[in-house]
Design a binder for this molecule. Structure first.
Ligand SMILES: [Zn+2]
Length: 307
């Protein structure tokens, strides 16, 4: 198969997600296996060995509801990139953890593994395609490190969607969002320029672009780099009345984090300039459901409004 045929097949994993729910399980399994292939030169893994590592990946980068590695381990077989066999060559028993633990092994198909091994550009393109389809760019490096993958620096991928009209990012999104919020972080108020350029302030999507979030100001918010990252990882979120939600799972003892994060609990998010829509409720709900690490911290009685 040609490179573009392999990429096409990988891109069609995307059809697995539905109704705006994130389904990064198969992509994370593939990224994990591609990382092993690159690092260890092996295309296969015992379920027992992969299970704890995949569970960590799902907990860290999957949606907030708990999911099991057995699910992608079994179901990835339907995509023609992966096979699961028992100790005596028997077929996968299904997505049951207890059965898969009894000696079952998953492996990238021989053709796919050989193509990835012999064509480093294909390997990088496949990994980048999986990342682009499922995750915002703020998270890509975290995932690559977690699976031990190194991409070729020259990788430039135009391939983003399985349909034939690839969806393109709107290059004006950043400018429109930053202008609406006057180039200031809506959570902490940070602003800064280097020369004439704003630096460290970014246009974040509330509903991820990779999850069909539109490039509209009503789906955008200007955030400093740290709050952008925290939003995309679900450490902070947005309440219905447009205040900052901080996850109870976010922990820190540093004064810097107390000021930057913990002091924001239930603080109002800055409004955009008149004439621009604040983040729309449907996008906020998507983020709360699919990204935010609930539950949110509550203000303690007697806490000063700013720590
Ligand atoms: Zn900020």
């Amino acid at each position: 198969m040609s490179d573009s045929e392999w990429l096409e097949r990988v891109a069609h994993l995307n059809q697995w997600k539905s109704h705006g729910r994130r389904a990064p399980h198969k992509p994370l399994l593939l990224l994990y296996m591609i990382g092993r292939l690159q690092r260890l030169g092996t295309a296969g893994v015992d379920f027992r060995e992969a299970e704890p590592e995949l569970q960590l990946l799902l907990d860290e980068f999957g949606p907030p509801n708990k999911s099991t590695p057995a699910y992608p381990f079994h179901h990835l077989m339907s995509d023609g990139l992966w096979v699961v066999k028992g100790p005596n060559g028997e077929d996968s028993p299904g997505p049951q953890v207890s059965l898969l633990r009894s000696g079952y092994r998953g492996e990238l198909t021989r053709d796919f593994a050989q193509a990835l091994e012999s064509r480093p550009h294909l390997l990088s393109d496949v990994a980048l395609s999986l990342l682009n389809m499922q995750f915002p760019p703020t998270i890509h490096e975290d995932i690559l490190q977690a699976v031990g993958l190194e991409l070729l620096s020259a990788t430039t991928l135009a391939y983003e969607r399985p349909d034939h009209r690839p969806r393109r990012r709107d290059p004006t999104f950043r400018e429109r969002v930053l202008t609406a919020y006057e180039f200031r972080c809506a959570a902490c108020g940070y602003e800064g320029t280097l020369g004439r350029e704003a630096i460290g302030v970014e246009a974040a999507h509330v509903r991820w672009w990779a999850a069909a979030g539109p490039d509209d100001v009503s789906n955008g918010i200007a955030l400093c780099s740290i709050h952008h990252k925290l939003l995309d990882r679900g450490a902070i979120g947005i309440t219905d009345d447009l205040k900052v939600a901080v996850s109870q799972h976010f922990l820190s003892n540093s004064d810097a984090a107390r000021q930057l994060v913990l002091a924001l609990v239930e603080q109002p998010i800055a409004s955009p300039q008149p004439g621009h829509e604040p983040p729309r409720r449907s996008h906020i709900l998507w983020h709360r459901d699919q990204v935010f690490r609930a539950p949110a911290r509550m203000l303690r009685q007697g806490d000063p409004p700013n720590l």
